[in-house]
Ligand binder design. Structure first.
Ligand SMILES: [Fe+2]
Ligand SMILES: [Fe+2]
Length: 225
């Protein structure tokens, strides 16, 4: 089925962000301090660099569980569900990163200071440590934190499409963007689709956190789990 991306972008804009936890608010304000309050492609790039990390950490924990607890059927099923989702989500996040890289190249935009290698190494190391800690001590809190991260990302993309009306007229010819979404023709829809992917990640995070009441349903959405 064809998803109405414009309708879903409006849904994202009209839906207020979640009431974020203190730790999420702190994290987002540090990002704003480094990358600026304005939502830009460079800031989205930093988000995407970080976005893959928690999925990888959950996967590591649950692969180990599969190794040692293969005889516990219920645990095996639960771990396999998390791994399956985590693998597809991290590949999807990495694709977002590649698409932004291509768009910035097409527009002649240089990476700002916060995307320099030393800064990226520091920021990713801290995020790996945080994700690892949550994955091993309280994975449900990790899912909840990720849901907040993804909700924030969804709102950033929805707002960026509104802030860049020229994207509606810019046709997609880039092979990476076409690999990501061959059915889409302009850059506004590419970023609307990315924003909707973030909503899917948010929804799945709430599903695994055991908080299905926060899931935002829409026509054509994939099933949780
Ligand atoms: Fe993403
Ligand atoms: Fe995401």
């Amino acid at each position: 089925m064809v998803i109405d991306l414009q309708k879903e972008q409006k849904q994202s804009l009209n839906r207020p962000p979640l009431k974020y936890s203190a730790s999420a608010r702190f994290f987002f304000s540090v990002m704003d301090l480094a990358a600026g309050k304005q939502d830009t492609l460079a800031k989205a790039k930093l988000l995407e660099i970080l976005a893959c990390i928690p999925y990888r950490e959950w996967e590591i924990r649950h692969y180990l569980r599969l190794t040692y607890q293969y005889h516990k059927r219920k645990k095996v099923n639960w771990s396999r569900d998390i791994i399956e989702w985590g693998r597809s989500a991290q590949d999807n996040e990495y694709m977002h990163l590649l698409v932004i890289q291509e768009k910035m190249k097409e527009d002649g935009l240089k990476d700002p200071w916060f995307l320099s290698t030393p800064i990226v190494v520091i920021v990713t190391t801290l995020y790996i440590l945080l994700s690892k800690l949550l994955a091993w001590t309280n994975i449900k809190a990790g899912f909840r934190f990720n849901a907040e991260f993804e909700d924030h990302a969804e709102h950033i993309y929805a707002g960026m499409v509104d802030d860049n009306p020229q994207w509606e007229r810019e046709l997609v010819t880039n092979h990476v963007a076409l690999e990501y979404a061959p059915e889409l023709t302009n850059w506004a829809d590419i970023f609307r689709r990315i924003g909707l992917d973030e909503r899917d990640h948010r929804n799945h995070s709430f599903h695994f956190a055991g908080l299905p009441q926060h899931i935002v349903h829409y026509e054509g959405m994939p099933h949780e789990g």
